[in-house]
Design a protein around this ligand. Structure first.
Ligand SMILES: Nc1nc2c(ncn2[C@@H]2O[C@H](COP(=O)(O)OP(=O)(O)O)[C@@H](O)[C@H]2O)c(=O)[nH]1
Ligand SMILES: [Mg+2]
Length: 193
């Protein structure tokens, strides 16, 4: 088993194809701003501030690389759907993702974060379409599950069933930074990758 606690921020890449210190499998983490991406990284590695302190506000084009137990890289993408900066930001994000996905032999999978409480936003839909263009393994992480009551939980499951009906390459998992079992479960799902 990988020791997720043995995690270290390595570098921020402006160029998706910039050389890495090592050639390792890469797992991309992506989702709209505020979905809980930094919190998820910190929960996975069991460190209070690894993700937040490593991200540079305003640097909307950078990929943050975290080494996990000298085994793989977690690659933290900028959040999308961030309206400040407007169209330019959307364009930069799209370009960065196209560059990153193109010809990337080390990319083994995507953790795509969605807020478990809400329908997909327009930006989420756009990113879903983007992901479908690639034959890549995607795990959807439904964040902030601690905020769901029974009814919302049922709605979230239904939403995923409808969305993923034709796409068996996608699976989904609930996640909450407050739930040690869900954190452990996610680690165990990531590990086989
Ligand atoms: N209740 C709850 N709040 C969360 C959870 N994960 C993140 N948050 C909150 O959501 C907000 C955005 O989280 P952050 O990790 O900064 O999102 P990012 O912009 O995607 O990196 C913060 O106020 C977090 O405390 C969760 O599992 N449960
Ligand atoms: Mg963040």
């Amino acid at each position: 088993m990988v020791n997720f606690r043995n995690a270290k921020f390595i570098t921020s890449l402006a160029d998706a194809h910039a050389p890495r210190p090592e050639t390792r499998p890469e797992l991309l983490l992506v989702g709209r701003s505020n979905v809980g991406k930094s919190s998820l990284i910190n929960a996975l590695v069991d460190q209070k501030n690894l993700a937040r302190t490593s991200s540079k506000p305003g640097h909307t084009r950078l990929l943050n690389l975290f080494d996990i137990d000298h085994t793989f890289y977690l690659v933290d993408a900028p959040g999308y759907g961030y309206t400040r900066g407007g169209g330019r930001h959307v364009e930069l994000f799209a370009t960065l993702m196209e560059d990153y996905f193109h010809d990337n032999a080390n990319l083994v999978g995507v953790l795509w974060l969605l807020d478990s409480r809400h329908d997909l936003s327009k930006d989420d839909q756009t990113f879903f379409t983007f992901l479908l263009a690639y034959k890549i393994n995607v795990k959807i992480i439904l964040t902030k599950a601690d905020k769901l009551n029974q009814k919302m939980l049922a709605e979230a499951k239904k939403r995923m069933q409808v969305l993923l009906k034709d796409y068996p390459q996608f699976s989904y998992y609930f996640f909450s930074i407050d739930d040690a079992n869900l954190i452990r479960n996610l680690r165990s799902k990531i590990y086989p990758w």
